[in-house]
Ligand binder design. Structure first.
Ligand code: IPE
Ligand code: IPE
Ligand code: MG
Length: 247
């Protein structure tokens, strides 16, 4: 494995990542969980560099789930603090690489100073069109789909939509970030083989790669390896391979 990007014939436009294993990485090193999260933030920077080097346009990272509110207040506080510190320290890198920051999730549930700090960076980077970093924060796919359903129900109750007119596009268009392309590739680190309420609608046909690497050790070489694996996958979308007829 190398730090140089491999030569790839095609790359996904959008890669979503479940950043898991910060706590276990820290425990194995005799460090605190928050140190694990800090090291994990460095991996986000590495993946953004790797995405720029390979031409992946959108990176979505699952940073905090609706279920993560069940964690001890000290850990939640530490994660929120880390988010602000990371924006303060690395915001310039977003500008240097022209990366737009977007948030997917229940922004209104975040502590006001955190929400305000994030909104500032979102505003200041919203004109960048080529690269996007989406942070899923207080995100849950079930909450997202429930919210979309409420919006659609509202349109029906206003009389602007009839129940039998609802299409898949109505659901897509009422998700948190309706204009994002679906991720073609979803990567989860730390060996856990589950979705944990992540992008259930959008990942319907994504290729999934689970690696045993803990998130703090998932850097450029591991990302490149995943892109190479993705390239070898045959995506059929329910049809037959194009060179195979019916026999
Ligand atoms: C992922 O690492 C980060 C968050 C969920 C915030 P974890 O904190 O889940 O690490 P493990 O799974 O306990 O190792
Ligand atoms: C999923 O990781 C959520 C994030 C990475 C933000 P968790 O560590 O919270 O997931 P479970 O609890 O193992 O399913
Ligand atoms: Mg975990």
């Amino acid at each position: 494995m190398t730090l140089q990007p491999p030569s790839l014939k095609s790359v996904p436009q959008h890669v979503a990542l479940i950043m898991d294993g910060n706590g276990r990485w820290a425990e194995a090193k005799g460090k605190s969980r928050i140190e694990g999260h800090q090291e994990g933030a460095q991996s986000v920077r590495a993946i953004l560099r790797a995405a720029a080097a390979t031409g992946v346009e959108v990176i979505t990272v699952y940073a905090f789930s609706t279920e993560n509110w069940k964690r001890p207040p000290k850990e939640i506080e530490g994660l929120m603090k880390l988010l602000i510190e990371s924006l303060n320290t690395y915001e310039q890198e977003l500008h240097d690489s022209q990366i737009r920051l977007r948030i997917m999730g229940q922004l209104e549930r975040l502590p006001t100073p955190v929400r305000k700090r994030i909104e500032k960076t979102m505003r200041e980077t919203e004109h960048y069109a080529k690269h996007t970093l989406v942070i899923a924060l207080s995100y849950g796919a079930r909450a997202e789909i429930t919210h979309a359903t409420q919006q659609i129900a509202q349109a029906i109750s206003n009389g602007t939509l009839k129940p039998n007119e609802i299409t898949e596009d109505h659901i897509t268009n009422n998700l948190y970030l309706p204009d994002l392309p679906n991720p073609e590739l979803m990567i989860r680190t730390s060996g856990e083989v589950r979705l944990s309420n992540f992008m259930l609608w959008q990942l319907s046909y994504a290729e999934i790669i689970v690696t045993d690497t803990f998130w703090p050790e998932f850097r450029e070489p591991q990302f490149y390896e995943a892109l190479q694996q993705f390239e070898r996958r045959k995506r059929r979308f329910g049809a037959l391979d194009s060179n195979k007829g019916f026999s």
